[in-house]
Design a protein around this ligand. Structure first.
Ligand SMILES: [Zn+2]
Ligand SMILES: [Zn+2]
Length: 239
């Protein structure tokens, strides 16, 4: 549905469940797959418009900025490519120019002790340089620059790993508030060899202060290896 208080031309709310009390962590993979299919379908519907970038995100919990309790995600259409995505695109292009490889494919391959979950078609990893403790990324194993290019059949596997990852974070960190978003290539670009779509999940544990706001540098006391190990420690209990 359109957002009642739109911040942009295109600002939609995806209501994830008919059940008011259900959270993403408690959803069946089937329901989560429907949420992902709705995200994908809305992105496809915005192709060929003036929208250059579709930002899909979810704020879970008051500390993460959620103003509604009922489980939902949001989709915004932007007439430009946002700064953080531009930066990822530019960095990935520099890497590609040097090594002729996608940096995200290398992250998938080299995750090692930073791997959180390994599924058939996707991985969840602690990124090499996380800004926040327990920052977790989900990426497709097969290189793809656009989220919406995922075949509808692949969304079941993605729903599965997304649900499992959120349950691990819930278990390890006692149901924290979190922000989740999709980073993908601009809508009006063809397939890119250097960029790789992914989901970033940022549990809201630390407050961002003047140092971070003023410098863009984040102090994170938890190494990605420690975070991945702590999340993996929940495997036996939650799955
Ligand atoms: Zn790649
Ligand atoms: Zn990203």
């Amino acid at each position: 549905v359109p957002n009642l208080f739109p911040a942009l031309d295109v600002h939609e709310v995806i209501i994830e469940s008919p059940d008011h009390g259900e959270t993403m962590a408690g959803m069946t993979s089937g329901r989560l797959e429907q949420v992902l299919a709705a995200w994908r379908q809305r992105v496809l519907d915005l192709r060929g418009t003036h929208i250059r970038y579709v930002h899909i995100f979810k704020n879970h919990g008051v500390e993460a900025g959620a103003s509604l309790e009922h489980s939902h995600s949001q989709l915004t259409g932007l007439p430009m490519v946002p700064h953080d995505v531009e930066e990822e695109l530019a960095g990935a292009l520099r890497y590609f120019a040097q090594k002729a490889r996608c940096i995200y494919c290398d992250h998938v391959r080299d995750a090692g002790t930073r791997a959180v979950l390994n599924a058939e078609h996707h991985v969840a990893i602690a990124p090499p340089v996380p800004r926040f403790p327990f920052e977790t990324w989900i990426l497709p194993r097969r290189h793809a620059s656009h989220f919406e290019s995922e075949e509808p059949g692949a969304l079941a596997g993605l729903a599965c790993i997304l649900g499992q990852t959120i349950r691990m974070i819930d278990q390890a960190l006692r149901k924290p508030a979190y922000n989740l978003f999709v980073h993908t290539a601009p809508l009006d670009e063809g397939p890119l060899g250097h960029y790789h779509w992914h989901i970033e999940i940022l549990p809201k544990l630390a407050k961002v202060g003047g140092f971070e706001w003023g410098t863009g540098i984040h102090i994170n006391e938890k190494t990605p290896e420690q975070a991945a190990k702590a999340l993996q420690g929940t495997l036996g209990e939650s799955l």
